[in-house]
Design a protein around this ligand. Structure first.
Ligand SMILES: NC(=O)c1ccc[n+]([C@@H]2O[C@H](COP(=O)([O-])OP(=O)(O)OC[C@H]3O[C@@H](n4cnc5c(N)ncnc54)[C@H](OP(=O)(O)O)[C@@H]3O)[C@@H](O)[C@H]2O)c1
Length: 304
């Protein structure tokens, strides 16, 4: 298939591009800059210049493809509303371009969005209505119109070499403040997945998805956040402390709300429906592999 990939230059998108090409697909990667275009070419993919704001570029990219994987997102927490709105418009545009065909559109979402009805959030749980990111709502509205749009929810830690998400940000805070903290007793859990396992799942969803389906790219169902704080403390040789919710807001800033969330999730239905099996190291093993503590951890991006 010829696959249009938005976010082809990102942490997850680059792994998706590699996964698709290794499986014999052709990739058309969205790039919004000269540097981005160069990296898409270096990966062996075709470049499609454009951006999330340039809806015509998304329309032509999707029109030229047999399927679309949408991973681009502007991770600007200080301006989250417009980022979420641009994402929603982009999804609608991509879906419109695929209307009247069986060509799939895979939309990225986050597992913390799921409104869990039991101890683990499942693929069948709906999105929390108050979450500002509307990727799922937009995808499901397309599916209701007969477009083969589906949702892939990723956990708050998609980890691996080159990660510049939540966990590196937690490391940078611990390094700067000289303590590694958790919120309360730190028994709240975060699910996680390695980026290579996530990339493999994107391909399976592309090849096998049904309209309106939701999939979970979850390998670790729930790592207690205290364990994450402890690994960080050990590698940085700083004490591990507990912060009340009020103290955590001052200590962590914007990430406090996310790090304090209990969001354990299952991917049992995804594994059953698609035959996906995560095989890469889990989050704690990956953190213990040290590359997290060798890279400069100054990036602060927002995941949902
Ligand atoms: N990484 C995680 O732990 C995690 C967890 C849960 C959900 N997610 C979701 O997974 C998806 C991929 O995340 P990621 O970690 O790969 O993010 P990332 O490394 O920050 O990459 C973001 C990608 O989106 C592109 N992009 C951003 N704004 C754009 C715009 N206005 N127009 C066109 N392209 C734009 C970037 O292009 P440039 O290279 O030009 O900047 C880049 O290719 C996102 O939807 C994210 O929210 C990630």
């Amino acid at each position: 298939m010829r696959v249009f990939v938005t976010g082809a230059t990102g942490f997850i998108g680059t792994a998706v591009v590699r996964e698709l090409m290794d499986a014999g697909h052709q990739v058309l990667g969205l790039a919004r800059s000269v540097a981005g275009a160069k990296s898409v070419v270096a990966a062996g993919a075709l470049v499609h210049r454009g951006s999330l704001e340039d809806l015509e570029s998304l329309r032509t990219g999707a029109t030229a493809a047999d399927g679309v994987i949408h991973t681009a997102f502007t991770h600007d927490f200080s301006n989250y509303g417009p980022a979420a709105e641009a994402d929603r418009r982009a999804i609608e545009t991509l879906g419109d371009a695929l209307a009247g065909s069986d060509r799939p559109l895979i939309v990225t979402s986050g597992s913390l969005i799921a409104q869990a009805q039991g101890p683990l959030a499942t693929e069948d749980d709906r999105a929390k209505p108050k979450f500002p990111r509307k990727s799922e709502e937009a995808a499901l509205a397309l599916a209701a119109r007969g477009i083969r749009a589906s949702v892939l929810r990723l956990p708050p830690s998609v980890h691996g070499n080159g990660d510049h998400g939540f966990v590196p940000y937690l490391i940078s805070i611990a390094r700067e403040k000289g303590i590694s903290a958790c919120v309360g007793d730190g028994l709240n859990r975060w699910p996680a997945v390695h980026r290579l396992d996530a990339a493999h799942l994107y391909r399976l969803v592309l090849e096998k998805s049904s309209a309106g389906a939701t999939y979970h790219g979850v390998a670790d169902e729930g790592v207690p956040t205290r364990e994450i704080a402890e690994v960080i403390g050990r590698h940085l040789n700083v004490p591990v402390v507990s912060k009340s919710r009020e103290e955590a807001a001052a200590h962590f800033g914007w990430i406090a709300a996310f790090f304090g969330m209990d969001g354990a999730a299952s991917s049992a239905l995804t594994q059953k429906r698609l035959g996906w099996r995560p095989v890469q190291p889990g989050l704690i093993a990956d953190l213990n592999a040290r590359h997290y503590f060798e890279q400069t951890a100054d990036a602060a991006v927002v995941r949902s």
